[in-house]
Design a protein around this ligand. Structure first.
Ligand SMILES: [Fe+2]
Length: 384
């Protein structure tokens, strides 16, 4: 067994109504001035008001930064840093999807370390811890509440960049499935497919460990049995609870084992065609897996079993095909496209996208099969 590390949030609180525990956690962290980081839609939804109502009676000062946008840019992080400075806060509470949580994480380390945001883009370039972050996800997919990563758009270069540091892991994650019930079906589907991609990529990652395998397989099992119901009936609390748990487990798994070629190939779809992250992953997942299965056939059989496929009697090779069929069926059922052309991607864009994807070595290094630019182009062509 090779040496491996396992990192996650110091405290993870799960369950229906767990948001009510937030004031205890704020007190445990010794904070007095809080800045809530969220997006404009959520800030008007009443949820931020609930957070405020939980904190103000405890004598805590609560400010609001509600300018987070989807696919957040480096500039938004700098704006958030400015808001931290002006408010003099000693704790951030990120409420929202991956965008709000990523902005809060990046701004928290920018606020304490100073300097320019571009200095910290990359792996382990943040010298000191940031202001503590409590992450409260309102979607079930990104896993950002437990990951050391913030994904930010560089608008000038039309690429997405990752800031990766253990200092980015939130101190506390509060995963309350009740906050996900208002998510519309298409976002439930996209974020759920993102969570599935996290679990699958973590499971076959070259950096997978026994700990991450257990988490990833349980996430695959839960998603295969609950995503359809959560999309069909958002009020179904059992499905919502299971999806929130699956997203968390997949997040913990990939925070440690990493994600790989699906995410690397998905980035150009987000940066150039503004395809939502979960949709971009979902559309590429079957085609990247067809490429990947050669080297890790037995793992594909295990994943097929986790998806509920009856493959015990099949050869590993046939079981691997069953797994890929199974993820295509799930995407079809929850109405996420199976082809990039449905998302506005054109054949002419493929060479440029492949050139962008091959540069994402941080993720490609985790993939169980090496890729050349030509192989990436072939995968995009199959996915077109
Ligand atoms: Fe993702």
């Amino acid at each position: 067994m090779k040496i491996s590390y396992f990192w996650t949030a110091s405290t993870i609180i799960t369950g229906r109504g767990s948001l009510a525990r937030i004031s205890d956690e704020v007190k445990n962290l010794g904070a007095t001035k809080i800045l809530v980081v969220t997006d404009p839609i959520l800030s008007k939804s009443g949820l931020v008001e609930r957070v405020r109502e939980a904190l103000v009676p405890a004598g805590l000062e609560v400010g609001l930064f509600s300018e987070v946008e989807p696919e957040p840019s480096l500039e938004i992080v700098m704006k958030c840093q400015q808001a931290i400075k002006e408010s003099g806060c000693d704790l951030l509470i990120a409420v929202g999807g991956g965008s709000s949580i990523d902005v809060a994480k990046a701004a928290s380390v920018l606020a304490t370390n100073g300097g320019k945001i571009r200095d910290y883009i990359g792996v382990n370039l943040v010298p000191n811890p940031g202001i503590p972050v409590i992450a409260v996800p309102t979607t079930a997919g990104t896993g950002s509440e437990v990951t050391p990563i913030a994904i930010l758009s560089d608008v000038d270069e039309e690429v997405k960049k990752g800031m990766v540091s253990s200092y980015l892991i939130p101190r506390v994650a509060i995963v309350d499935p009740e906050l996900t019930v208002t998510m519309p079906p298409h976002i439930t589907a996209a974020t759920g497919m993102d969570a599935l991609t996290h679990a699958v990529e973590a499971y076959i990652s070259v950096n997978a460990t026994t700990i991450t395998d257990v988490l990833a397989l349980e996430a695959i099992r839960l998603i295969s049995r609950n995503l359809r119901t959560a999309v069909a009936n958002g009020q179904d609390m059992e499905a919502r609870s299971n999806m929130a748990m699956a997203s968390l487990l997949a997040g913990i798994a990939f925070a440690n084992a990493g994600v790989a070629a699906v995410h690397a190939l998905a980035y150009p779809l987000g940066a150039q065609f503004h395809v939502p992250h979960g949709v971009a992953n979902s559309v590429l997942l079957p085609y990247v897996m067809e490429f990947n299965l050669l080297g890790v056939l037995t793992k594909f059989k295990t994943m097929a079993m986790a998806m509920g496929e009856r493959v015990e009697e099949l050869s590993d090779r046939m079981a691997a095909d069953k797994f890929i069929e199974s993820i295509k069926q799930l995407a079809t059922d929850v109405r996420v496209p199976l082809h990039m052309r449905e998302l506005g991607v054109t054949a002419e864009a493929i060479p440029g996208m492949a050139e962008s994807a091959i540069k994402i070595t941080r993720l490609l290094a985790n993939n169980p099969r090496r890729l050349t630019v030509d192989e990436i182009k072939e995968i995009y062509e199959r996915a077109l």
